[in-house]
Design a protein around this ligand. Structure first.
Ligand SMILES: Cc1cc2nc3c(=O)[nH]c(=O)nc-3n(C[C@H](O)[C@H](O)[C@H](O)COP(=O)(O)OP(=O)(O)OC[C@H]3O[C@@H](n4cnc5c(N)ncnc54)[C@H](O)[C@@H]3O)c2cc1C
Length: 447
């Protein structure tokens, strides 16, 4: 990333953060000086304020997951999704603090919890909070509940709409701070944004992809239960991407389908107009299990490129890549791109695999290593074959100290693998003195 574009990114990140804060406190700003707040205790006004901020935060969640490139550009869609998850808990605290403070201010408010006698404005509030709790519970315990990803995704969207809608109905019917024009502005404005986002995500964005189809041109079996799909644009120029970026794909189904799956591009970036791109996909569940049976000619829709996990985002005098299993795919794209660009900066890849036979893209990496004198390939095998004389077990602090290049503290580090490996690596790199700011990571199970 050049200095100019990093300054631009910093500015647009700051602009979006300011907009975010403004959006969340917008109802309060609108209410400033509004006469309806007179006559109530500070605690009640404060609790209402918290409720408004919580509701705005939850409403903004739809913007975060709408995959707007302009919003994602300075942060990366992966970071936005992480923020989306974490900020839900903050929103929950605000939303729950609102009734708790009300009850503290005046115990009579407890009667609002009685669904039989309470007015609809109170029922909507209870429904909104309950829906939010269900939404969070299903997300946190999805795997334990054995909920299929597709089912979770559909219910997640529907419940999220219910949370915000019930919350808005409650705020509008109660009318604290917001009455008359203000109430209309707030209620209709938020509803308008919600509808626009739903139309964007479910209609406009898929329509745009429908007009830019791709087709499978090659299906290549790989080691480690993986398959490389090569896809080419049909009737358009395709796109260029940064090495390490990913796209959401829908194969053999319409771009309107609820679920698309994210995969890193495993081909060289800087594609020529009309050029094909590849993805190397390992079996992880019901969708990925079908990939090896995909036939040439099958239609594919790609939403991308997305993500900031790229060496182009992090310029350094050299690179250390750390991959586990299929986490090697973005690294392979970065290495191929370096070869194509004749980039001679030193690059080391620590690549952990369960067995030697499981090493995804093994031959391809060996070929790269032969062609790139600046590339140091270090395989780390969990259970190696009897004649193995390379690294064994897991990537450890001791191994890093022994095998890292002399200048490593000045290099950029990019890591991608399973969650336990990523956690261990982030800790290990800190222990060997790699500054946190020089470590970038991509989690394939971020959702
Ligand atoms: C940024 C990114 C890049 C990735 N790149 C690659 C890659 O290059 N190669 C590769 O083999 N895998 C990659 N993955 C992982 C891949 O997306 C999942 O393994 C795949 O979607 C699993 O789908 P499934 O239906 O077969 O399995 P399931 O059993 O349905 O899911 C297994 C797990 O994968 C995740 N997952 C499932 N569906 C989705 C979805 N639609 N969106 C997001 N996550 C989902 C969930 O955490 C789920 O628990 C990447 C993931 C991310 C987030």
């Amino acid at each position: 990333m050049r200095a100019g574009s990093s300054v631009k990114n910093a500015f647009s990140a700051l602009a979006w953060l300011s907009f975010y804060v403004l959006f969340c406190i917008a109802p309060l700003l609108l209410a400033l000086g509004h006469p309806s707040s007179t006559g109530r205790s500070f605690l009640i006004d404060f609790s209402v304020a918290l409720g408004f901020v919580g509701l705005s935060m939850l409403a903004f969640q739809f913007v975060l997951i709408a995959r707007f490139k302009v919003v994602a550009a300075p942060f990366g869609i992966d970071a936005l999704l992480k923020f989306h998850i974490q900020i839900t808990f903050v929103g929950l605290i605000f939303v729950v603090a609102h009734p708790v403070l009300l009850f503290i201010a005046d115990a009579q408010y407890l009667a609002l919890l009685n669904p039989v006698t309470a007015l609809w404005r109170a029922r909507f509030a209870v429904l909104s909070v309950l829906a939010l709790l269900v939404l969070i519970g299903l997300s946190v315990w999805r795997k334990r509940l054995r909920l299929r990803y597709e089912v979770w995704k559909l219910t997640h969207g529907l419940i999220a709409v219910a949370v915000v809608l019930f919350g808005l109905l409650h705020a509008s019917l109660v009318g604290y701070f917001v009455t008359g024009t203000l109430r209309h502005l707030l209620f209709e404005g938020y509803i308008g944004i919600l509808i626009f986002l739903l139309v964007w995500v479910r209609l406009i964005s898929p329509l745009m992809r429908l007009r830019r189809p791709w087709r499978v041109v090659e299906v290549k079996p790989e080691r480690g239960n993986a398959t490389t799909l090569v896809i080419a644009p049909v009737g358009h120029d395709g796109f260029r991407f940064k090495p390490g970026q990913f796209g959401w794909i829908a194969i053999g189904r319409s771009p309107f389908s609820i679920t698309q799956h994210p995969f890193s591009f495993s081909s060289a970036a800087d594609t020529q107009p009309g050029g094909s791109i590849s993805m190397t996909i390992k079996v992880a569940g019901d969708f990925t299990e079908t990939i090896s049976r995909v036939e040439a000619g099958t239609r594919v829709y790609v939403d991308g490129p997305h993500g900031v996990f790229s060496m182009d985002q992090r310029q350094g005098p050299g690179y250390v890549l750390v991959a586990g299993g299929v986490g090697v795919t973005p690294m392979y794209s970065m290495l191929l791109t370096m070869l194509v660009r004749e980039d001679v900066r030193p690059v080391t890849l620590f690549y952990a695999s369960a067995t030697w036979e499981d090493v995804v893209l093994r031959e391809e990496l060996e070929q790269l290593s032969d062609r790139m004198p600046n590339f140091n390939l270090i395989h780390v095998i969990g259970t190696p074959p009897p004649d193995w004389d390379g690294e064994v077990g897991r990537i450890s602090v001791e191994m890093l100290e022994r095998r890292l290049p002399a200048q490593y503290r000045r290099y950029e580090f990019l890591i991608c693998g399973s969650t336990p490996m990523m956690d261990a690596m982030e800790e290990a790199l800190a222990q060997v003195g790699v500054p946190y700011s020089q470590v970038s990571s991509e989690r394939f199970d971020m959702i």
